[in-house]
Design a protein around this ligand. Structure first.
Ligand code: HPA
Ligand code: ZN
Length: 339
C-alpha cells in the first residue's frame, strides 16, 4: 500500500466502538496474572496458548476467551487489563473508545460486579489524565444465558449507573436471537441506557431486524449479514443506524473467507454509517489500525473512504453534541493539515 496512506491511517484521529476488554487480554498478561493469582491454565507457555488461536467459528474462539478470563480475580487485574488496552488504543490515535465488558463471565465465578467495574473505570480515569483518551463503558449481557440472568445483571448495574453508558448483547449468536431479551431491554431503555446488540455476525439478517425493531438498538455490532437483505440496508441508511464492523474478527472466525469479502465498501456506497473496529484484538491479530490498514488494502479503499470511516466513528459515538463537535473539528483539522 501507498506509504502516505499508511501514515494517514496511523495518524488519523478515530473512535473505537466495538472492543471487548476481555478480548484485549494479551497472552503475556494472561500468564503474568495467572501466576500472581495462582490460577492454573490449560497451556504451559505463551507460545502454546498463541498456537491455540486457530478458530473455525465464533464458539471456538469464545471457549478460549472465557478460559483466559478465568484468571481475572481482583480489581487490579481488571485495571491492568484495561490500561494495557488504552495504551495501545492511544498509540493508534484512538481519541475516544467505547469498551464492552461481560460482567456475567466474572460474577459467575464469584468476582463481584463492583470489583470488575471499579478496576476498569479506574484505568479509564487514569488514561484520560495520562494520555487524554476519552472512554465510555458498555455492559454486555451474555446471550447464551437466560433473560433472568440478564435481569439480575441489570440490577447490579443500576448501582453503578453513572459508570455505564449503554447495554449490549454478545456471545454465541445462533439460536439466541435478540428477541430472547425483549423484556430486559425494555427495562434497559427505561433506565436511560443506550442500546446496542451484536447481530448478523454469524446469525442471519433477521437477527439485525430484531435488534433494531424489538430491542430498538441505536447501533448494531457487526451486522455484516445485513448485506443479504436490501430492505434492511435501506432501513439502516434511512434510520442512520451505525454498524460496528470488525474485519479481522470476521476473517479469523471464518465469517468471510477473505478480507475483501467484508462488505465495508458496499456499506459505504449505500450511505450506511459503517465503522471499523478491532473486537478482540489480542485474539484476532490486530488492533484498530491493523483493521484499517488491512481492510483499506484488501478493499482498495480511498483516502476519502478512510476519512468517512473515521468521521462515522464520531457520528456513531455515545457522546454529547459538544464532545462530538470537538472530535469532528479535530478530524477536519487533521485532514486539512495532512500532506
Ligand atoms: N461476537 C460475540 N460475542 C463476543 C465476540 C464476538 O465477536 N467477542 C467477544 N464476545
Ligand atoms: Zn464483538
Amino acid at each position: 500500500m501507498d506509504e502516505n496512506l499508511k501514515r494517514y491511517i496511523q495518524l488519523l484521529p478515530k473512535a473505537e466502538l466495538h472492543v471487548h476488554i476481555e478480548g484485549t487480554f494479551e497472552p503475556e498478561l494472561i500468564f503474568e496474572i495467572a501466576t500472581r493469582n495462582k490460577v492454573s491454565l490449560k497451556y504451559n507457555s505463551v507460545e502454546e496458548l498463541r498456537k491455540a488461536y486457530n478458530f473455525n467459528n465464533l464458539q471456538d474462539f469464545l471457549d478460549i476467551y472465557y478460559g483466559a478470563a478465568n484468571v481475572l480475580l481482583y480489581e487490579q487485574d481488571f485495571y491492568d487489563l484495561t490500561v494495557n488496552y488504552l495504551r495501545k488504543a492511544h498509540a493508534d490515535n484512538v481519541v475516544h473508545t467505547e469498551i464492552f465488558f461481560d460482567p456475567q463471565t466474572h460474577t459467575a465465578r464469584s468476582v463481584s460486579f463492583e470489583t470488575v467495574v471499579n478496576g476498569i473505570t479506574r484505568a479509564m480515569d487514569d488514561a484520560k489524565i495520562e494520555w487524554g483518551i476519552s472512554s465510555k463503558l458498555i455492559l454486555c449481557f451474555l446471550r447464551h444465558l437466560s433473560e433472568k440472568s440478564a435481569e439480575e445483571t441489570l440490577k447490579s448495574a443500576l448501582l453503578h449507573k453513572d459508570k455505564i453508558i449503554a447495554v449490549g448483547l454478545d456471545s454465541s449468536e445462533n439460536g439466541h436471537p435478540p428477541g430472547k431479551f425483549f423484556h430486559v431491554f425494555n427495562r434497559v431503555r427505561e433506565e436511560g441506557f443506550f442500546v446496542v446488540a451484536h447481530a448478523g455476525e454469524e446469525g442471519p439478517a433477521e437477527y439485525v431486524w430484531e435488534a433494531i425493531d424489538l430491542l430498538e438498538a441505536e447501533r448494531v455490532d457487526h451486522g455484516v449479514s445485513s448485506i443479504d437483505d436490501p430492505d434492511l440496508l435501506e432501513e439502516l441508511r434511512e434510520r442512520e443506524i451505525p454498524l460496528t464492523v470488525c474485519p479481522l474478527s470476521n476473517l479469523k472466525l471464518k465469517v468471510v473467507e477473505e478480507l475483501k469479502n467484508v462488505p465495508v465498501k458496499v456499506f459505504l456506497e449505500k450511505g450506511i454509517r459503517v465503522t471499523l473496529n478491532s473486537d478482540d484484538p489480542s485474539y484476532f491479530g490486530g488492533y484498530i489500525n491493523d483493521n484499517y490498514l488491512q481492510t483499506a488494502e484488501a478493499l482498495r479503499l480511498s483516502r476519502n473512504d478512510i476519512y468517512t470511516l473515521a468521521k462515522n466513528s464520531f457520528l456513531a459515538s455515545f457522546i454529547t453534541e459538544n464532545e462530538r463537535n470537538i472530535f469532528l473539528e479535530k478530524l477536519l483539522n487533521f485532514e486539512n493539515a495532512f500532506v
